[in-house]
Each structure stands twice: as structure tokens, then as C-alpha cells.
Design a protein around this ligand. Sequence first.
Ligand SMILES: NC(=O)c1ccc[n+]([C@@H]2O[C@H](COP(=O)([O-])OP(=O)(O)OC[C@H]3O[C@@H](n4cnc5c(N)ncnc54)[C@H](O)[C@@H]3O)[C@@H](O)[C@H]2O)c1
Length: 287
Amino acid sequence: MSLIVRQLTVVGVGLIGGSFALALRAAGVVERIVGLDSDRSNCELALSLGIVDEICDDPRSAVAGADVVFISVPVCSIASVLRSIAADLPPGCIVTDGGSVKAAIVSECDALIPPGCSFVGGHPIAGTEKSGAAAAFSGLFRAKRSVLTPGATSSDRALDTVTRLWTAAGAEVCRMEAQHHDRIFAEISHLPHAIAYTLVHAVGTADVEGENVLSYTAGGFRDFTRIASSDPAMWRDISLMNKQALLASIDGFSASLAELRRRIAGDDRDGLTEFFTTAKKFRDGIV
Ligand SMILES: NC(=O)c1ccc[n+]([C@@H]2O[C@H](COP(=O)([O-])OP(=O)(O)OC[C@H]3O[C@@H](n4cnc5c(N)ncnc54)[C@H](O)[C@@H]3O)[C@@H](O)[C@H]2O)c1
């Protein structure tokens, strides 16, 4: 593939930022990648793993000469990172992010981006329960979706460039409005994480005649709860930043759970068969 941009600066060279850098390097669409990370040892690791060509300690030199800046830090820090670099962005620079929540970030970043530069909200629908540069790999986004949520400062040129970068990274790009994104991902990502954490919390603290119940877990429990090994601080921030949509999803889930409980308590064999059959059909339809 031919070059899309000369310099990409990645702020937050962790799982997502590091994997984006590796994927673009493997595709040959970026000439130089600069990394900035608040964790110095993680940044040095990214350099030694060949994820970035250069690391910087200060935001000003990290964004000097950048065509695109990818901010991939915890959701609650994305706007403050942009605030710290806004004055030093080169003219025409495109800033994009990988945060899992979009409405609040797009509105804050649109207000912070200087005239002549563009902000494009983004969220790759790919990840693992691991964190940091050591967890990054170039194939993370292959055959996965990446959602862009254009805002007031997303120029056509910026949208086109960010779309081409994600496509080069192997992702299929789709666009949607930021609030619509937050409602969808409350249901299919934030709610499952909340439930996985809650399930492990409930079972881990259950008292069955003094037994360590978790010592009996096997495949099903482990498959279902893999995502409860994700970074707790990341999920705290996502939960709070997408609070209203997540609360609505939790209420919907609680209603479903209460309905299941009602059918079990009432020995409702047909009702239970119908409940499980409907869910199985949905599940079979996605795999
Ligand atoms: N992990 C996933 O499955 C996943 C999937 C899609 C999107 N995301 C989003 O991607 C973003 C990054 O997540 P990740 O999984 O790569 O996390 P990560 O912990 O692997 O990487 C984040 C990196 O940002 C650095 N950092 C934190 N605050 C910083 C700051 N103020 N300035 C500079 N560096 C800073 C950390 O040191 C860390 O190296 C988050 O916004 C998350 O919502 C994560």
C-alpha cells in the first residue's frame, strides 16, 4: 500500500494505540510513528518492540510535524490530552481517538480543537482483556469494525484520512452519530462487562457452607467471565462516562432477569422453554 500520512503520533501506546501503530506499520501506510505515554516504562517498551520509531516525554515535541494524532488513553483523559496538545498542533492536523464512549468526548474535543485542525471521534470494535504495549499486536483490528462518529469539526478530508487508516489496519469502517453509538455500545459492550464483573463479584463473595465456590469453575464460567479480567479503572471510567445509556441497559437487563426469575419460581416450564429458545435463536444468529 502507498503512504497515507507521513507522521502519526500515538498518545497512549497501550493495547489499542500500540496495535493501531503496528497495523499501520505492517500495511506500510505511515512513514514515522511517534509515541507519548504517561507511563515511561511502557513507552520504552513500545520503542523496544518496534511499535513506535521515537518516544517523547513532552506533548509539544510529540505532536510537532504530526499529520494525524491518535489519542488512545482512558476515556476520561482523552479531552485533557487534547487540551494539553491543542496549541501545538501543526496546521491541518487531524486528531482522532479510540475511546469506547463517544458523545461526551466528541463534544469536548470539538470545543478544544483549534481552527484549521479536525477532530474525528472513533471506536475500534476490537480488544482483549489485556493492557499495555506488551499486549499490542498488528492483527487486532483485522475483519473487525471501527466506528467513526463525525462531529462539527470533522472535515471531509479528515474523515477520508481516518477511514483510510482504519481500512489499512484491516477494519471495516462505519459511521454513526455519537449518541446513537453510546446507546448501542451500552447494550452490546458496556452491559456485558458490567454483568461479567457482577457475576464474578456475586459468585466470589457467595457463602456456600464456607466453600471456595470459585475453585469449582470450569469452561462455561471462564468463557462467560473472560472480560471481567479487563482493567477495572478503564471500566469504571466507561461506566461513568456512558452513565445514562448504561443505566437504561441495566434496567432492561434487570427486567429480563426478573422475568426469568418469575418463570423459575412459578415452575413455568413452557415459559422457560420459550425464554431460553428465544435467547438461543439470537445467540445462534450471531455466531
Ligand atoms: N481494551 C479494549 O478492549 C478497548 C477496545 C476498544 C476501545 N478501547 C479504548 O481504547 C482506549 C485505550 O484502551 P487500551 O485498552 O489500549 O488501554 P491500555 O491501558 O492498554 O493503554 C492506555 C495507555 O494510555 C496511557 N495513558 C493513560 N493516561 C495517559 C495520559 N494522560 N497521557 C498519555 N498516556 C496516558 C497508559 O499509560 C497506557 O499505556 C480507551 O479509551 C478504551 O476505552 C479499548
